[in-house]
Structure formats: C-alpha cells, structure tokens
Design a protein around this ligand. Structure first.
Ligand code: TNX
Length: 757
C-alpha cells in the first residue's frame, strides 16, 4: 500500500485547520457510524496490498477479497503477520466491547478490529463504502471509525409465496442486507398462494402446493377480480436453500424461515386436503386476502404434518428462531368443525381464540424441545402466549408493549411505517401497490420505540424489521423499486445511534448510493425528491399550500390556471395561494432550467363550505384524526388513504358548519371512502340540516347510497334554500359483519370533505 500523503501524524492538526476552511470530507456511509473522523490523505489498496488475517478469519478474509476483486479485477494475497502494506483483520473484544462492533483505521495501512466475526463483516462493508476506484487501485480516505449497532436485531423480510423470487435475486437481497449492516433475513416461505420450500416427506408440497392455476390482475379491491390464466409457481429445493444459507452465513446474516400456521395455509391444504376442517378440495389461492380455510386444529394429523415439516426446516436452518406465523387466522371453519370443537372440550378451552393459542403453544413447545425459539406475528398474544416466544408487532406498537410487559421480546414491524408494499409516493402514476402511503421520510423519521413503554422494558425491544409482502411485486425490478431506498433508511434507523440521525444528511448520502447498488444489480426508486405538499391556512373561498422538495438545487415552478408549468412559470417560494375557483395546482421541479421528474398535480374544489368554521363531535385523533378543518379544506383524500386528508370516524358524529352569513344552497355532498378490504366502511347515512340561528334545524337531504368501491363523490341537489348553519350527522356502520375482512372489529368511516354549493 502506498501512502499518498506521508505524514499521518501531522495529519490530524493539518486536517483540523483544513477543515475549518473547506467542506469536511464526508464519505457517504450508510448507516452513519457512531463516530467517524476523517483525515487529509488516502490509503491505497493495490497489487502491493495483502490481507493480513489469521487462519480463523479466513472466511472474512475471503469475503473481503471477493468484494475487492469486483473492483480491482484481482484478488489480494492473504498472509498472516505480514510486513507488507495490508488490510489487517482481527478480533479484540476488549478494544471493541459491543457485539457486532468494529474499529476501522485507515492511515496508510488499513486495520479493522472487531468484537466478533459479524463485526468484521460490518467493518469490511464500511471499508467498501469508503473506497473509490482510482488508477492502480482503490483509495480509502484516512479515517478512524468507531461503530456498533443500536439494535441487536436488524431485519428485512421477503414474501416469496405471493410471488416467487429465484435464488440469484435472494443473493442480491442478501448482498444488499450485508451492505447496509442488517443481520437478519426473514424468509416468508409459505402462504395461501404457494408453498415454496421443498419438504421431502411431503412431495405434494412440491408438485401441487407450489403452484396456483393463475394470478389475479390489478388490485384486489377491483371487483370482480380478473385473472391472467397462467399457471404460476416454483419452490426452492433443499439444495438451493442450503446454497442461500451458505451465502448468508458468509455475510453473518441469520436467515429465519417462516412456516405459516394455522392461517394462510390454503396452498398446503391444496396438496393435503385432509389437514383442513372440511377436507377440501382446496386450491392454492389465486388472489390476495385472508382465507377461511386454515389448518384444522382438531386433527392430530395436522400437528404430525407440521412437526415433520419443521423437522426438515430445523435440519436445514441453523437459526435459533423459527417463525410460525400466527397472523390473520379466521375462526369460521373451526366453529363448525367437530374435530376443533372436540379439541376445545378436551383441552378445556373457552373459545376458538384459545384454540388458536393452543395450536401455537403446541407447536412452540415442539420447537422448544428441539432447542429452537419461536417468533410469531402479534396475533400470538391473543388467548395466551407460549413461554419464550418473540412477538413481531405489526398492527402498531401495542403488541410489542404488551409482549414486553409479559417479559417477552418483541420486534417492531409496524405496518404503517415498515411495510414496503405500501406506496412511497402520492403520485397517481405509481405502479399498483398494496395501499397506504409510507414515504421514505416516514420510514426514516419514525421513532420505533413507543413512548408508552416503561424504560425498564426497552431491552425487550430487540430491534426493527422492514416487510416486503409481494402480492404486487410480480418482478425482481418491482421488488427492488419498493424495497429501495426505504430499506436503506430502515438500515440506518436500526444501526445508527438515534442522535446521529438526520434526514437531510441521509439524503445527501443516499443520493451517492447508485453506483454501489448498481454493482449489486439493484436499482432504487428516485421519487423521494418529488414535490409534496402541506396545507396552510384555509381561507374562505381560497386555499394556500406549501410545496416541498428535498432536492435543494432545484426550484419548484407552478401554475393554477390549468396550464402546464414550464421554465417561465412562477417559482414557488413559500406559500402558494389559489384563486376562488376550482382548479388543479400543477407543479414541476426545474434544475438548470430543465424540467425533472413527474408533474405534481393537486385538484382542489372550492365551494361554500371551504374554509368555513366547523365543529365536529367524536372527532377521532391519530392517523385518521382531525383537525375538523380537514373536512372543509377544499382537498379530497386520495386512494392512498393515509394521505392525511381522510378523517376516519369510529362513532356517529355531528358536524356543524357556520357559513358566516346566510347563503343559498342548491346541492350538498361529501367525499367518502368505501374500502371494506381495509376495514373502511361508508356511513349508513349522512343527514343534512339547515338553520338560520344555529338552534332550530330543518332536514334538507339524506345521502345513503355509496355504491362505488373506492372514493364516492356523493352529491344531492336540493330545492334552493337559504341558511347560515349546516349540520351534518353521520351514522356509523358499527361492527364489521362476519365473512368480511376484519369481521368483528369496528369499521372506520372515512370522510374527507363536505361540499355545500
Ligand atoms: C398482512 S402482516 C399480512 C400479509 C399481507 C400484508 C399485505 C401479516 C402478518 N399479514 O399476509 O401480505 O398484510 O400488506
């Protein structure tokens, strides 16, 4: 290794002086390290460099060499205790005390000292992010980096059932996880739409359960469903699983397999129908959702089957943890099944919820007897949790808090923040996704440790994980698009100290990741810099917005007269004010006079209610909460229901709008969402009343027909009336009926806007 600058000892002071005058050197490291100091000068990795590593670190040396070769075109000699310029790898648990921690020094020579072997790999990945190709080698800035993870569990999940991802893609996925210092890959191997792991004892899992007749087209909310008519499927042979596990082991990534039970089991039942309550016949599901046919909890043969399956899984996977699902298991079949009812009696269970708990505990005990630990989705808390089980809290943070209070460990996998099958942009031209809106900034800024948890219980929160459910990911490219950059944000939250997190700094570093991602062969979505809006004041008859982009060097130009923004359109500096008529706000980013990215469009609808005083009873708080002004702010919610425009009532409500003076009304209405697949049901009826004094009201209209599966723009023409006050009552639909998604829970009644014309 050649020293480009030969005075490493003088460097610190020179560097300080230098740093005061110039931009400090800021290598684009993700996750941002605990502590990093950079010097003036570079170490160079070249033909003269050796990897200095003892025999017991030969795998890590080989891993480093594999990476270096991709950039250099040749491998470096591995020699222990060499006098050559070297990259020295060593373990020192006294110098580096934190598990997975490492110390990286570059000062002519390069040295990575780690607490353990995983820590070495993390240090190697930091080195790889630091180096840059130059003539004759790789240059690495002088640096001292002290680093270790915030959370011991840092995971990414991948659903390979809804769509199957071949082994080369899984390896790319693992490359990515390693690059950003994840340590766990959660491999969701079975679900209703396909069984994806070879189980030798049950060959029909391969010949039947791995295949579905066809796949639905478009979003599941579009009824009636349409299908592509093409048989679809595949599975990993045990040999392929071993290959993946080997690849993961080289990166010190733990692979946790998930075998779903008792629900999400329709594919397995298609092969072995005797394991269902009705004994079938069943077919692997061809569309997305939650299905009633689940493993029978009454038949012993179900447990024999699952134990056999798990025996083969255990033999393959070295992971301490086995994930056994437990989520979204409807009890419809169990209620009608004599075997299940018999089981409830003999085990003295009080209901089907306890039967589910019995099911999960029985399998948990089996695994524990084999020395394994169990993870399940947060439904495993219902009806009693097996000792020692770890909970993945997906329906908010409540499951994690509850688990911790019971002395269990938990992992934060919250769907509002860490589900990467949700939209990352509000632009309508996004490829179809599961629903919801989880932009990059949300992933990055979300605080994974809930305030509601006692500090003494925090050690139970082992870490965080991003989910990549694959219903709407038919290709590797689409999977990468949804994964990146959000997984990179998650990686930083999982690893870096909370005090080091800074979104602007992250974006600066993120924008520099494309070349390294290209080496892995994955491309990231670039829509995180696109224009977003927030509402400002709503004045009577006019609206004002802020338009934002995180791209500093670009300007936002906009129009509100229907024309397309061009390089001479008005520049948005702060507030944008609309006129008094309906319209569409259009905006575009311009850099150096050139338009960039997609057109931002925001339709607004100005009517007599817009900006009026409004009071609402039973106004919800939280995600779909107030302020009440949202209901008259001129903006309708979009299909991405958490776009912050929707108010989601869980009770009857009464809204009173004061128009300020007497007005003539000829039409009333509201925009509301009918999304039963998301537990979002329309109101039974909206009733409109008018008054001139705010005390005595007369009914003028009822709206009770919301036929659109989606956004209903319900309107009713009324004979011209004069009024200053308008009262609107909404009748809540109550509990979700049996047979519908979320049956038994409270429906959310989503309203985004009241219209008075
Ligand atoms: C819920 S999260 C599921 C999955 C779906 C996902 C879609 C969980 C434990 N179950 O089966 O793929 O929603 O977002």
């Amino acid at each position: 290794m050649k020293k480009l600058i030969v005075l490493p000892f003088l460097m610190a002071t020179i560097c300080q002086a230098y740093a005061q005058q110039q931009e400090p050197v800021q290598p684009a490291l993700i996750p941002v390290p605990v502590k990093a100091q950079y010097g003036q000068g570079y170490s160079v990795i070249s033909k003269q460099t050796a990897i200095d590593a003892p025999g017991e670190l030969k795998y890590e040396a080989a891993f480093l060499n594999g990476l270096a070769r991709q950039y250099l075109g040749y491998a470096l000699p591995v020699i222990a205790h060499t006098n050559r310029y070297s990259i020295k790898l060593s373990i020192d648990t006294l110098l580096v005390r934190e598990p997975e921690g490492y110390l990286l020094e570059s000062n002519g020579n390069i040295r990575i000292t780690a607490h353990d072997r995983p820590g070495l790999v993390h240090g190697i990945q930091t080195l790889r992010q630091l180096w840059a190709v130059q003539k004759g080698g790789l240059r690495v800035p002088f640096a001292t980096i002290v680093d270790h993870p915030r959370f011991p569990y840092r995971g990414m999940h991948l659903d390979v059932s809804r769509h199957f991802f071949p082994v080369p893609f899984i390896k790319q996925y693992l490359d990515l996880l390693s690059l950003y210092k994840f340590n766990t890959f959660h491999w969701h191997l079975t679900d209703d739409q396909g069984w994806r792991i070879e189980i030798k004892k049950y060959p029909k899992l391969q010949s039947i359960a791995a295949w579905r007749e066809e796949t639905m087209i478009g979003h599941k909310k579009e009824l009636p469903h349409r299908f592509d008519g093409k048989r679809y499927g595949g599975y990993y042979t045990q040999e392929q699983v071993k290959e993946v596990l080997q690849y993961a082991a080289e990166r010190h990534i733990t692979v946790i397999p998930e075998i779903e039970m008792p629900g999400h089991a329709q594919a397995a039942l298609s092969a072995y129908p005797e394991l269902g309550c009705t004994s079938g016949p069943y077919k692997a599901a061809t569309f997305w959702g939650v299905f009633d046919d689940v493993f029978c909890a009454g038949k012993d043969s179900t447990f024999t089957f699952l134990q056999d399956v798990l025996d083969e899984v255990i033999a393959l996977f070295p992971s301490q943890f086995i994930h056994i699902g437990g989520d979204e298991c409807p009890k419809t079949r169990w209620r009608a099944c004599p075997h299940c009812q018999q089981r409830i009696q003999t085990e003295k269970l009080s209901n089907e919820e306890e039967l589910q708990s019995y099911f999960m505990q029985r399998v948990t005990k089996y695994l524990q007897a084999k020395g394994k630990s169990v993870i399940g989705w947060d439904e495993i808390l219902e009806g009693g949790l097996a000792k020692g089980a770890t909970v993945m809290s997906w329906r908010g943070t409540g499951g994690a808090v509850e688990a911790a209070r019971m002395g269990h460990d938990a992992i934060m996998t919250t769907e509002d923040d860490y589900y990467f099958d949700h939209y990352q942009s509000l632009y309508p031209s996004e490829p179809v996704a599961a629903g919801g809106y989880t932009p990059l900034k949300e992933v990055y800024t979300y605080q994974p440790l809930p305030d509601s948890i006692e500090p003494s219980l925090l050690p139970h929160i082992k870490g965080i994980q991003g989910q990549l459910w694959s219903e709407y990911l038919p290709t590797n490219e689409q999977a990468a698009y949804m994964l990146l950059p959000r997984a990179i944000a998650l990686a930083e939250v999982a690893w870096s100290p909370a005090a080091n997190l800074n979104y602007d700094g992250f974006l600066y570093r993120l924008r520099k990741q494309s070349p390294i991602l290209k080496r892995i062969g994955l491309a990231m979505a670039s829509n995180f810099d696109e224009i977003t809006y927030t509402t400002d004041k709503v004045l009577r008859g006019s609206l004002s917005f802020h338009l934002h982009s995180s791209l500093r060097e670009a300007v936002i130009r906009y129009t509100s007269d229907g024309s397309l923004p061009d390089k001479s359109s008005r520049v948005c500096s702060g507030l944008v004010q609309t006129g008094g008529r309906n319209g569409v706000l259009r905006a575009r980013l311009f850099r150096n006079g050139m338009p960039m990215g997609r057109m931002f469009e925001l339709p607004y609808y100005i009517n007599k209610a817009t900006g009026a005083d409004i009071t609402v009873t039973n106004l919800p708080s939280g995600k779909y909460g107030g302020p009440a002004l949202k209901l008259v702010n001129g903006l309708s919610g979009s299909h991405r229901f958490n776009d912050s425009q929707w108010v989601g009532f869980t009770n009857n409500f009464e809204a009173v709008i004061d128009l300020g003076s007497e007005q003539t009304l000829t039409r009333v209405g509201a925009n509301l969402l009918n999304y039963a697949w998301q537990r979002m049901w329309p109101t039974v009826a909206l009733e409109f009343y008018i008054s001139d004094n705010g005390t005595n009201y007369t009914k003028i209209a009822t709206l009770d027909n919301f036929p659109v599966n989606g956004i209903n723009q319900a309107r009713k023409t009324v004979p011209a009336v004069k009024a200053r006050y308008v009262k609107i009552t909404g009748l809540h639909p109550g509990t979700i009926p049996a047979g519908k998604y979320g049956a038994g829970s409270t429906a959310t009644m989503m309203i985004s806007e009241f219209i008075l014309e």
